[in-house]
Write a protein that binds this ligand. Structure first.
Ligand code: HC1
Length: 586
């Protein structure tokens, strides 16, 4: 341990701790606009200045490790004035249209300026040429608001291994973006939105589609249906000051009803449907490989996370056959609403308007993919992020916190606990195993409370092996087989796993990949800012939602069974193939 003093008080902290972290442990908040937990700090913003006795200049506390007997001062006139000056200079370069910015009252620069007591703009800085990038379906960028903190560069490179964003030029001319000031559509951006989740200001955000949804709700010729993703229920409350991990499924449903959606359905329903299709696809691939001796692509990768799909299309086009052909639950719901449900109402697909609420900016891109039109119309019309739904509820004047609970609508509003946990890294795998193991052996998964604990949690790459014993006759070829599975979340981890497989260093049957850290609960469209503490709270809430249900396995969802009976036929059947499966493109 290292002995230090902070503002004359003694503390002991672990070796390697930065001054910023030591102050946090001591309960002292140091302002910063570039620091991200667990990611190598780069000291770009210079707001976190502190004074250290014996050191001539003030230092950036996020990059300064503690040393024995260090005497740190966080709150004297010199430090306060310096931090204030740094923030004033940042403000001098920043396009300050705060009243009409979507980050108004949710902007870290705004709140730090307020907290530091800045009440006038003393400087007018030279501004970099403005670049407004609307080239992608999921994200919009405005360089005039960028403060060059480089958080977006860091997550794009370190967390996602995509490196779509870079600092360009020097000094006042610095801009952050793809090379040569081009749009995100010219680089390998997968539109995951992790950049927008960490941006402290309004420089990168989701494409705001709230006006399109209000217009549809006002159109008497449209039947407007909404679906909500598993991860929304554990995070939407944060938009209204509720603690991370507060479950708001019932309040969210009531709010959507007050907004006058014609039907409120649960993406959990189509997550259960996905398990039926994807589970059957996996068992079919295994049968072909083990019984028929056919060459099939294994391991099979999950396909519900659109950032991951685009990542594979960009970086590993030779492995596209390894992706499950299942559309994501969002897209399956869109296709079912515009066919099965529309037929029940006597409507045509084009008379239906499908809105999704997703924790993810890449879902906007997924919905806009031209092949996502199995119903004859675009299956999903608009995707709202959690943040956009939060803004719409506020705009509608709904007092969210005091809302009563209500239930989603039949028949596509019924989802199992297995579907809830799709939101967490490891959840799709667990949901698939709950069903596949039971169908193959006739018995429940032999894990406590149905949880596959080796794949639960925030470790980057997780593995499990399950030996199948006592199969029912139809699946006897799997007797004694040890099913090897892996789970990765965030694309840097996914890349490491794929590279291991390509190098022949690891073998699996089935792999779950989610684009964002922690899975969808940490999606790029969730309320800001998502720390590990927030992720853990949301994950816990999602498991609680699952455990609180009687229906906890996808194959026991009666509404899904009825859909097969009345409309689809069997999993992987002709109709499923047309409506629920897709292709990928190099
Ligand atoms: Fe997800 Fe999925 S879990 S991808 O994270 O498979 O976004 O929540 O809706 O489609 O169900 C997201 C979440 C979501 C899909 C499901």
């Amino acid at each position: 341990m290292i002995d230090i003093t902070i503002d004359y008080k003694p503390y002991s902290v672990e070796e390697g701790t930065t001054v910023l972290e030591a102050c946090k442990q001591a309960g002292i908040k140091i302002p910063t606009l570039c620091y991200l937990e667990k990611i190598q700090a780069i000291g770009a913003c210079r707001v976190c200045l502190v004074e250290i006795e014996g050191v001539k200049d003030l230092v950036a506390s996020c990059v300064m490790p503690v040393s024995d007997e260090m005497k740190i001062h966080t709150n004297n006139r010199r430090v306060r004035e310096a931090r204030k000056l740094v923030v004033e200079l940042l403000l001098s370069e920043h396009e300050g249209d705060c009243q009409i910015c979507d980050r108004n009252e949710d902007c870290e620069l705004q709140s730090i300026a307020r907290d530091l007591g800045i009440r006038e703009l003393r400087y007018e800085g030279e501004k970099a040429p403005r670049c407004q990038d609307e080239s992608t379906a999921g994200l919009v960028r405005d360089s005039a608001k960028c403060i060059s903190c480089r958080r977006c560069v860091t997550v794009c490179t370190a967390t996602q291994s995509v490196s779509a964003l870079f600092p360009q030029s020097r000094g006042f001319k610095t801009t952050i973006g793809p090379a040569f000031g081009k749009g995100l559509d010219t680089v390998t951006c997968v539109q995951c939105g992790q950049c927008s989740a960490v941006c402290p200001v309004g420089a990168i955000s989701e494409r705001d589609q709230t006006a399109e949804v209000w217009a549809a709700l006002d159109n008497p010729d449209l039947t407007v249906v909404v679906q909500t993703a598993p991860a929304i229920r554990a995070a939407l409350g944060e938009c209204f000051g509720m603690e991370p991990g507060t479950l708001v499924t019932g309040k969210m449903t009531t709010a959507l009803r007050r907004m006058k959606f014609d039907a409120i359905f649960d993406t959990n329903f189509s997550a259960d449907l996905t398990i039926m299709e994807e589970g059957t696809e996996l068992l079919t691939r295994l049968k072909k490989a083990l019984v028929d001796g056919e060459e099939v692509a294994l391991p099979m990768f999950t396909s519900c996370s659109p950032g991951w799909i685009q990542f594979m299309e960009f970086y590993y086009p030779d492995m596209l056959a390894n992706l499950s052909t299942c559309k994501s639950p969002q897209q399956m719901m869109g296709a079912m609403v515009k066919t099965y449900y529309a037929q029940k109402l006597g409507k045509k697909p084009e008379e239906m308007f499908m809105v999704s609420v997703m924790p993810c900016t890449a879902k906007k891109y997924e919905a806009a993919r031209p092949e996502m039109n199995g119903s004859g119309a675009q299956d999903v019309d608009v995707v709202l992020t959690t943040r956009e739904l939060g803004r719409m509820i506020t705009e509608a004047g709904i007092d969210f916190v005091s809302l009563e609970d209500s239930e989603m609508d039949a028949p596509l509003g019924l989802g199992s606990g297995a579907a809830d946990i799709f939101a967490n890294s490891g959840g799709v795998m667990e949901a698939a195993l709950r069903t596949a193991y039971e169908l193959v052996t006739g018995r429940e998964l032999p894990f406590e409370n149905l949880h596959v604990t080796p794949v639960v949690g925030l470790e980057g790459i997780k593995e499990a092996a399950i030996t199948i014993e006592g199969t029912v006759p139809a699946w006897s070829f799997l007797e004694g087989v040890t099913a090897k599975v892996a789970v990765a979340h965030s694309l840097a981890n996914a890349r490491a796993l794929v590279e291991k497989i390509r190098a022949g260093e690891a073998e699996y049957h089935f792999i779950e990949v989610m684009t964002c850290p922690g899975g969808c609960i940490g999606g790029g469209g969730q309320p800001r800012i998502t720390t590990d503490e927030v992720r853990k709270a949301r994950i816990k809430a999602i498991y609680a939602e699952d455990e609180g249900k009687t229906l906890r396995k996808s194959h026991e969802n009666e509404a899904v069974a009825k859909l097969y009976e009345d409309f689809l036929g069997a999993p992987l059947g002709h109709k499923s193939h047309e409506l629920l499966h897709t292709k990928y493109f190099e």
